[in-house]
Design a protein around this ligand. Structure first.
Ligand code: PEP
Ligand code: MG
Length: 574
């Protein structure tokens, strides 16, 4: 019998493949001593060798698919496996104290980890992390337990996990990973956002999919509805294969719209831009006919590595994006770390509420040694295209002024160093905190543009964590309160002759698009894969009608009333 599990549809498409469980295995052991020390030493050495073979394979794979930077992490791990200062005491403890291999390994490595972690030195702290990783791998080999490792799969799989971090997601091998399903997360968690840019069908927030699925089970992931079917029948497989084929056909048909303008039936043009995480996403941007980049999430440059990217490294990435976009507008957002995007090498203290904590512009203003190199890299790259710079999570006018002052200071510094900087950089902010939306008329006098970050604006307005599947019912993009805030921001910008875009996921949402058009949004920025669908939809709408629709929606009491209004008004086009 097949089993149906419901989750949140996070990335369009249908996948049918075997499950690959990405869950922490049980690495507990029962014996701390041994009666056969020689045999245990042998076991330990065999495990070391097997770990080396495995790590070398992972390292080579990482180099091939993700480049030498990412492979370097595994080089460090291989060095640990060869370090006599670590290996010798483990062997001695087995021989001299009759400790079992797992126990000796755990005791000795934990000693090193404790010492290194207590040092006030970045480098040593990173070594502690390396030792922890390596010791887990060796322990798994001693115990004969397999560690999950999606980067070395060589057949089609669907990843099943409790959660996937953004850096896990970035390392998924698109050739084999057909889809993914997680217990937690919502449509706007960053792993969901990345699955859309990778065009991998995904369902998140299923609560307990990892309890129902076994490694190797056949599963179907329907990223259009949020359904996951475990061990489907032949009939179900056939039906979903058909659905998958239709999805691909529609995607092909949409390609016709790639070079068309996005103009409503009554002649209003709006801009459809793409959200990107890395320069690797540019191919999708071009294939989907984006008119610009409305959000470049630069934090991904800082993630999945163990040190800060240098100013030059950043400059190269920004330059590449600007050059490839060939004069089209590129809105680059400065570092927005925090929430579900962590940087372990910053060693930030844990907080009770990371989404409300020390993050984004707050961290950058507090640590200018992190912020300034990024600003310099951006300014240096500005001459290679049409650059807009945007600050994230701005809560007060003073924060914007302080960030702008740092930018201007770096601009002057560069000029006095003889470096050319564009004088045509627009400076804007993300509107994702209700205080900023409330004060939009004041901000509008100082910024060049707004980009509404609804992923966060909704969670802060509704006080509903965007990662939590339990309160996901409160995560209501079409709630009249959100529509009113959006309207207020758009009107405030227009009153000052400025423009407003939206780069939260709401901008690419089929039900939201008619409302946003009616509210007067100038630019819609979304996952590249949503652009052509949005273009088809907008080309069938009338701005005059949508303005009336939005007016009525803002006066509704509930989100259900709004959805019904939109469905009725657009039944011809939806
Ligand atoms: C947002 O909050 O809407 C946004 C686009 O930023 P992020 O999803 O990266 O937090
Ligand atoms: Mg945000």
């Amino acid at each position: 019998m097949s089993e149906l599990i419901k989750g949140i549809a996070a990335s369009d498409g249908v996948a049918i493949a075997k499950a690959y469980m990405l869950v922490e295995p049980d690495l507990s052991y029962s014996h701390t001593t041994t009666e056969d020390p020689a045999g245990e030493v042998q076991k330990f050495n065999d495990a070391l060798n097997n770990a080396k073979v495995e790590l070398t394979k992972i390292r080579n794979n990482a180099e091939e698919q993700l480049g030498p930077d990412k492979a370097a992490i595994f080089d460090a791990h291989l060095l640990v496996l060869d370090d006599p200062e670590l290996i010798n005491p483990i062997e001695s403890m087995i021989k001299d104290d009759s400790a079992s291999a797992p126990h000796a390994l755990t005791e000795v490595t934990q000693n090193f980890i404790t010492i290194f972690e207590s040092m006030d030195n970045e480098y040593m702290k990173e070594r502690a992390a390396d030792i922890r990783d390596v010791s887990k791998r060796v322990l798994a080999h001693i115990l004969g337990v397999e560690l999950p490792n999606p980067s070395i799969v060589d057949e089609s799989v669907i990843i099943v996990a409790h959660d996937l971090t953004p850096s896990d997601t970035a390392q998924l091998n698109k050739q084999y990973v057909q889809g993914f399903v997680t217990n937690i997360g919502g449509r706007t968690s960053h792993s969901a956002i990345m699955s859309r840019s990778l065009e991998i069908p995904a369902v998140v927030g299923t609560k307990a999919v990892t309890k129902s699925v076994q490694n190797g089970d056949m599963i179907i992931v329907d990223g259009l509805t949020g359904d996951v079917i475990i061990n489907p029948s032949q009939d179900e497989v056939r039906a979903y294969q058909q659905k998958r084929d239709m999805f691909f056909e529609d995607r092909e048909a949409l390609k016709q719209l790639r070079d068309e303008a996005t103009t409503t039936i009554d002649g209003k043009h709006v801009e459809l831009a793409a959200n990107i995480g890395t320069p690797n996403d540019l191919e999708g941007v071009k294939n989907n006919g984006a008119e610009g980049i409305g959000l470049y999430r630069t934090e991904f440059l800082y993630m999945g590595r163990d040190n800060m990217p240098s100013e030059d490294e950043q400059f190269e990435a920004y330059k590449k994006v600007l050059e490839e976009m060939d004069g089209k507008r590129v809105v680059v957002r400065t570092l927005d770390i925090g929430g579900d995007k962590e940087l372990p090498y910053l060693n930030l203290p844990e907080e009770m509420n990371p989404f409300l904590g020390y993050r984004a512009i707050r961290l950058c203003l507090d640590q200018p040694d992190i912020f300034r190199p990024q600003l310099r890299a951006l300014l240096r790259a500005s001459v290679y295209g049409k650059l807009n710079i945007m600050f994230p999570m701005v809560a007060t006018v003073q924060e914007f002024r302080d960030a702008k002052a740092l930018l201007l200071e770096e601009k002057e510094n560069l000029k006095s160093e003889g470096v050319e900087v564009s004088d045509d950089i627009e400076l804007g902010i993300m509107v994702e905190i209700p205080s900023t939306a409330a004060l939009a008329d004041v901000f509008a006098k100082e910024v060049d543009f707004f980009s509404i970050g609804t992923n966060d604006l909704i969670q802060y307005t509704m006080a509903a964590d965007r990662m939590s599947e339990r309160v996901s019912y409160l995560y209501q993009p079409y709630n009249p309160s959100i529509l009113r805030l959006v309207k207020q921001v758009i009107d405030a910008s227009h009153a000052e002759g400025k423009w407003t875009g939206m780069c939260g996921e709401m901008a690419g949402d089929e039900t939201a698009i008619p409302l946003l058009l009616g509210l007067g949004l100038d630019e819609f920025s979304m996952s590249a894969t949503s652009i052509l669908k949005a273009r088809r939809q907008i080309k069938g709408l009338s701005t005059t009608e949508m303005t009336q629709l939005a007016d009525r929606a803002m006066n509704c009491a509930t989100v259900d009333e709004v959805v019904t209004l939109v469905k009725d008004a657009t039944s011809k086009t939806l």
